[in-house]
Design a protein around this ligand. Structure first.
Ligand SMILES: [Ca+2]
Ligand SMILES: [Ca+2]
Length: 212
C-alpha cells in the first residue's frame, strides 16, 4: 500500500495556519450575514414606490400599496337616510335603529353592484334584524343567485319593534365571503318566513361590501 506523507517546513505551517484562519473568518461572516437575512422583517426593508417615494415594506403593506392591501371596501350604508340601488328603499325604525326594511315571507333585499374592481372574492358584513315570532326560520345570503350563507333563528331579544307581542334583536356583524371574479354582483340578503308582517319580519343595517 502506498504511503502518503506530508512534510511541512516551518514557513509552510504559517501559510496553512493563515489559510485556516481566513477560512474560519469567511465562514463566520457568511453565517452572520445569513442570520441577519433571516431576521430581516418588513420594517427593515426599504422600497421605492412610484409617486410615493421610499418607505419601509411594512408601511407600504399597511397603506395597501403592495400585496393587494387585503379586503377593499367598495360599498357601505348605515341606512340613516333613504338608500339608492336597492330593490326597496323603505326604511324602518326598530327601537331607535334606522334599518332597511322590513319584509316578510320568502323575501330578499337585493342590490346589484357593477364595475367592480378586479377581485377573486367578495365579502359582506351586515347587521341582521330578527323581528317578532321567528321560530327556527332561515336567514340566508346569495351572490348571483347562489346561496353562500344561511342560518336558522328563533325569536327573542332586547329590542322592541314590529309587534309588541314578541321581542326583537340584532344579529350583529354577520360576515360571509365567497369566491367571485365577475365585474357585476347581485347581492341578496334574505329570509324564508311564512307569516304576515306583524308576525315575522326582518331588516338589515350597517352593511359593508368588500372585494379581495
Ligand atoms: Ca342604521
Ligand atoms: Ca316585536
Amino acid at each position: 500500500m502506498a504511503r502518503v506523507s506530508f512534510e511541512f517546513k516551518k514557513g509552510d505551517l504559517i501559510w496553512v495556519s493563515l489559510v485556516v484562519v481566513l477560512l474560519c473568518v469567511g465562514f463566520g461572516v457568511a453565517q452572520w450575514d445569513n442570520t441577519k437575512a433571516m431576521f430581516h422583517d418588513a420594517s427593515d426593508v426599504k422600497i421605492t414606490i412610484d409617486g410615493e417615494g421610499d418607505m419601509s415594506l411594512q408601511n407600504a403593506s399597511d397603506l395597501g400599496l403592495i400585496g393587494g392591501g387585503g379586503w377593499n371596501l367598495i360599498y357601505s350604508d348605515d341606512f340613516e337616510s333613504i338608500p339608492s340601488g336597492w330593490d326597496s328603499n323603505t326604511l324602518y325604525d326598530c327601537d331607535g335603529h334606522s334599518i332597511l326594511g322590513r319584509k316578510t315571507g320568502t323575501a330578499c333585499f337585493v342590490r346589484t353592484f357593477s364595475d367592480l374592481p378586479s377581485h377573486v372574492e367578495v365579502a359582506v358584513k351586515v347587521d341582521y334584524f330578527v323581528i317578532d315570532s321567528w321560530d327556527n326560520r332561515k336567514a340566508y345570503i346569495e351572490f348571483d343567485n347562489k346561496q353562500i350563507w344561511s342560518t336558522n333563528y328563533g325569536m327573542g331579544g332586547l329590542l322592541s319593534c314590529g309587534s309588541g307581542t314578541w321581542s326583537d334583536r340584532i344579529e350583529p356583524n354577520i360576515w360571509t365571503s365567497w369566491y367571485h371574479t365577475g365585474s357585476t354582483l347581485t347581492l341578496e340578503i334574505c329570509a324564508a318566513l311564512n307569516n304576515n308582517i306583524n308576525d315575522e319580519s326582518f331588516g338589515i343595517d350597517n352593511i359593508e361590501v368588500y372585494v379581495l
